[in-house]
Design a protein around this ligand. Structure first.
Ligand code: FAD
Length: 451
């Protein structure tokens, strides 16, 4: 048994983890490198600084997965949500936050808690003993990142996310698309039909390239591209290099036969690959992009079969340090090779303030139970928190793992409800009703054990 938890990083996840653990009666030390060591995005020495937008996104806990995550964190007495509510700004259905007072209040609340102390220092090695949570975020300092990579293997720690868009399977028109692996490769039927293919005629392809070239793009910030361009070019950059580049790259049509029109070879094919074990989400293979979000929707809906696509997340390329969590972490968020260390927040491969804080909340509760010599049961994957942690610690495909926002595609389906666009409202309400009951039951066991 250990009586003090150490948390590296006092951002969204580290702050929430500290709060949970301290309120469950354990001592916590937060080790935060700012303001002594700065990042390119943070401006202050406050804990829980919001580095960019001031939005926690939708606050609708009946129809939106991030709104449901808000609800779950409020139910668990989370400091990030309680403080966001105190400093809320008018923003329609979204939860916008007055960022400086928000971070100042979190900092003051945590530093005045009798169970919490803050040490303003950079930690640059991996601890061998004691209970630790690493929550150093997308801008983990380079020395600590090196130490993590030395433990996990360099290939298991990424420094950029190159996200291809992810689409809900039930919004894809399967009267145009078909399932087939290139050259029907694979030992099993499942492997031979692992890809979802969308065919293009020459005319479709030319129109698509024109739209790509004309689309609005986000510029790279200085220093952001370092080491990046080697393996993972954005599709619009490929198109700029030559109109045929994509047709000889991710859109090559070879080895594929359109089952809806076997006599005619497609001029180009866009391939999608399953993104989660449930088979509810598909990512577009090789389609990482810096196009602006609105432009992505316009351009990708030109792809035959994706005209009505519903996007679980759009593509992007950012500086982001994150682990290959599906291979490295167990379902208690512990590093398999060093179980005294948990990871939380964006470094685990979730994306966003709210998701990061939620993973901090969970890691904190799991660590607090460990410190009492107990093990908390797994959070049901029917809850937003559980769906996210299940995704990063096993549900996602490790080979193509990229950071993920919370979305209903991560939830196991509720049986007996209409699929497709028409049934969406009822389906989302059923997901959120089920999640709330299951989350409260899990929280009950989490709190009861601490009493
Ligand atoms: C440029 C940029 C823009 C972003 N914009 C948005 C946005 O608009 N909306 C959104 O939802 N998300 C955004 N994100 C993602 C956002 O960073 C995360 O959602 C969220 O802040 C992650 O929470 P976290 O606790 O995991 O990391 P952070 O909040 O970044 O906290 C990590 C903390 O660890 C500290 N730290 C790092 N290394 C060490 C070390 N070795 N020792 C001690 N302390 C250390 C850092 O100083 C930091 O305080 C953005 C990220 C970046 C990089």
């Amino acid at each position: 048994m250990t009586d003090t938890l150490h948390i590296i990083g006092g951002g969204m996840a580290g702050s929430e983890a500290a709060w949970q653990v301290a309120n469950l009666g354990q001592k916590v030390v937060i080790h935060e490198m700012r303001p002594k060591v700065e990042t390119f995005a943070h401006r202050t020495g406050n804990l829980a600084e919001m580095v960019c937008s001031n939005s926690f996104r939708s606050d609708d806990d009946e129809q939106n997965a991030v709104g449901l995550l808000h609800w779950e964190m409020r139910a668990a007495g989370g400091i990030i949500m309680t403080t966001a509510d105190q400093h809320k700004l008018p923003a329609g259905g979204a939860l916008a936050v007055d960022r400086d007072p928000f971070a100042e209040t979190v900092t003051a609340t945590l530093t005045s808690h009798p169970n919490i102390s803050v040490s303003f220092e950079e930690i640059d090695t991996l601890p061998d003993d004691g209970q630790w949570i690493i929550a150093t975020g997308p801008l983990t300092s380079s020395k600590l990142a090196d130490a993590i990579a030395a433990e996990t293997g360099a290939e298991a720690l990424a420094f950029f996310d190159a996200i291809a868009p992810i689409i809900y399977h039930d919004s894809i028109d399967m009267s145009k698309a078909w399932m087939q692996s290139r050259y029907d490769k694979g030992e099993t039927e499942e492997e031979r039909t692992a890809y979802l293919n969308c065919p293009m005629t020459k005319e479709d392809y030319e129109g698509f390239i024109d739209a790509l070239l004309a689309a609005d793009k986000t510029e790279f910030k200085e220093g952001e591209t370092a080491g990046y361009f080697d393996g993972c070019l954005p599709i619009e950059v490929m198109a700029e290099r030559g109109r045929e580049t994509l047709r000889f790259g991710p859109m090559k049509p070879v080895g594929l036969t359109n089952e809806h029109d076997p006599q005619n070879k497609a001029y180009a094919v866009v391939q999608l690959r399953r993104d989660n074990a449930l088979g509810t989400l598909y990512n577009i293979v090789g389609f990482q992009t810096k196009m602006k979000y609105g432009a992505q929707v316009d351009v990708f809906k030109r792809i035959p079969g994706l005209e009505n696509a519903n996007f679980a997340r759009l593509g992007g390329i950012h500086r982001n340090t994150f682990l290959n969590s599906p291979t490295l972490l167990d379902d208690q968020m512990r590093l398999k090779s060093k179980p005294n260390i948990r990871f939380a927040g964006q470094i685990t491969g979730v994306e966003g303030y709210v998701e990061s804080a939620a993973m901090g909340l969970l890691a904190g509760r799991l660590a607090a139970a460990d410190m009492r010599g107990e093990t908390l049961g797994a959070v049901p994957n029917t809850t937003a928190t559980g769906a996210l942690v299940t995704h990063i610690t096993g549900g996602a495909d490790a080979k193509t793992f990229q950071p993920m926002n919370v979305n209903f595609g991560l939830f196991p389906p509720v049986e007996g409800l209409k699929s497709g666009r028409r049934g969406r409202k009822d389906r989302y309400k059923a997901y959120t009703d089920r999640a709330k009951l299951d989350w409260q039951a899990w929280l009950g066991t989490s709190d009861a054990n601490a009493d």
